[in-house]
Design a protein. Structure first.
Length: 139
């Protein structure tokens, strides 16, 4: 999906034309030169991160090899699940399933998440975060 026509933002760049962020250290050889997201030379010993904590990528949906063939059908496609992913390092199960659609809407609407790099509030504050989308919508 991401090997062509993909925009990466706030990631590090490698001298071989690739991208890099923390967690990929084992994926690249030691001789690859890395430029951090601010344009500075970066090494594994650097004191600052190579990528911004809110780095992203965007690819056309048409490039996804497992997308449903009817994904653009104007009459819609069946929905079997909706998955919400917020940041809660403790206190709630990692994954749980709603009993029905109404319960799922209730769970999503009453979610709380820890503030992230995308949020306006910094630190580890747990905040009301409907559908784990607070940083991306104005409430």
């Amino acid at each position: 999906t991401i090997f062509k026509d993909t925009i990466f933002t706030n990631v590090a760049a490698t001298n071989d034309g690739g991208v890099f962020w923390e967690g990929l250290e084992k994926e690249i050889s030691d001789d690859v030169e890395i430029t951090d997201w601010r344009g500075n030379k970066w090494t594994r010993d650097s004191k600052t991160p190579a990528a911004h904590p809110n780095s992203r990528f965007c690819s056309p949906a048409t490039q996804c090899p497992i997308i449903d063939p009817a994904w653009e059908d104007p009459t819609g496609v069946p929905i079997d699940a909706i998955i919400f992913g917020g940041r809660r390092p403790e206190g709630v199960p990692l994954i749980y399933q709603a009993r029905n659609w109404q319960h799922g809407v209730f769970i999503g609407a009453s979610m709380k998440s820890e503030a992230t790099a995308a949020a306006e509030h910094k630190g580890k504050a747990i905040m009301h975060d409907p559908f784990a989308m607070r940083p991306f919508f104005g409430y």
